[in-house]
Design a protein around this ligand. Structure first.
Ligand code: PBG
Length: 326
């Protein structure tokens, strides 16, 4: 057979396959999202997310230490408050759950990089990500609150803030708030492209969201691709330091398109529904959980993300250490 070009030559040994692989990643790019709550000595399993827990602050350092030991670079904290109100005041209270968590985390496990999720939905009695005027989430009233939340988190110790609210002008408002308070070096990772997605279902359960309706008047329509670019470029112009696409797995085309349109680092969030689906399929013995975990993660990097936010962060860090991916 006269065949000079044979792609299979580069697949003949494990060493060679590793040498010529196109996608590379490392543990420092992993972000672990986790939930903290008030109370004492509790580590509560989240029914919709097997293997994930809500921690009281006294139990939080043990999981943080596990992440640090595994080599995970960063943790993103979500607070579950005891009380919710119309204006989500628990989100920016200086003694709020997330502020106390950040303060304690920084002190007790300083090796990790801490990201605060800036949003109101866990803290509002109606479950929306902003201030309601009638049935509509009022954009401009919400902006002030977002800036306040971000400042309070950074004062408590957050290294970076990640606004997930999808309000117009949020990055400018938060940047101004941070700068006015002297935090000019604190970066913002914008959830620039956040779709109104069914993949968040298990998270809403986990965070005790009070939402009755939907978020379609602020989160994006899954049918849209150009709009994702528009949102990203707007946030970039307002001073976002990193951009995020969410969910990840069903939106890899968006990650790739963004990678070609911006020079900023791009994060992708493998959300609760993506995690829960792998867990459920594995529990039913339908798929090999470890291999699916690795493949779903590397696909997100291959699409162009530099940062991966995932509930599998620790297991992925271990897989990277073993050389199964990376
Ligand atoms: C809050 C927020 C949500 C998620 C992260 N931040 C939920 C939502 O928008 O309804 C989802 C994360 C996940 O599903 O893992 N604004």
């Amino acid at each position: 057979m006269d065949l000079t070009i044979r792609p299979r030559r580069l697949r003949t040994s494990a060493k060679l396959r590793k040498m010529v692989r196109e996608t590379r990643m490392d543990k420092s790019s992993l972000v672990y999202p986790m939930f903290v709550m008030d109370g004492e000595n509790k580590k509560e399993e989240i029914p919709t997310m097997p293997g994930q827990f809500r921690y009281t602050l006294d139990r939080m350092p043990e999981i943080l230490q596990e992440m640090a030991d595994a080599g995970v670079g960063s943790v993103m904290l979500f607070g579950i408050p005891d009380h919710k109100d119309e204006v989500g005041s628990g989100a920016y209270a200086c003694d709020g759950i997330i502020q106390r968590a950040l303060e304690k985390a920084k002190k007790e496990v300083p090796d990790l990089y801490y990201i605060g999720d800036v949003c109101m939905c866990e803290y509002t009695s109606h479950g929306h990500c902003g201030i309601l005027k009638g049935d509509y989430v009022d954009n401009d009233l919400t902006l002030d609150k977002l800036a306040q939340i971000a400042v309070s988190q950074v004062q408590a110790g957050a290294d970076m803030v990640a606004p997930s609210d999808m309000m117009d002008g949020h990055i400018a408002a938060i940047r101004e708030g941070l700068d006015k308070n002297g935090f000019v070096t604190t970066p913002i990772m914008s959830y620039a492209v956040k779709y109104a997605s069914a993949f968040y279902g298990p998270f809403r359960e986990a965070a005790g969201s009070a939402l009755k309706g939907d978020r379609k008047s602020y989160q994006m329509n899954p049918m849209n691709r150009r709009e994702a670019i528009r949102e990203s470029l707007l946030d970039e112009a307002q001073g976002a330091d990193c951009l995020m696409v969410k969910p990840a797995g069903a939106y890899l085309d968006i990650v790739r398109e963004l990678r070609e349109r911006t020079e900023l680092p791009i994060g992708a969030y493998q959300v609760s529904g993506e995690y829960a689906m792998i867990k459920a399929a594995a529990a039913a013995d339908l798929v090999d959980e470890y291999r699916i975990m690795c493949e779903s993660a590397l696909s997100i990097y291959r699409a162009g993300a530099e940062i991966l936010i995932t509930y599998y962060a620790k297991e992925l860090a271990q897989a990277m250490k073993k050389g199964d991916i990376g």
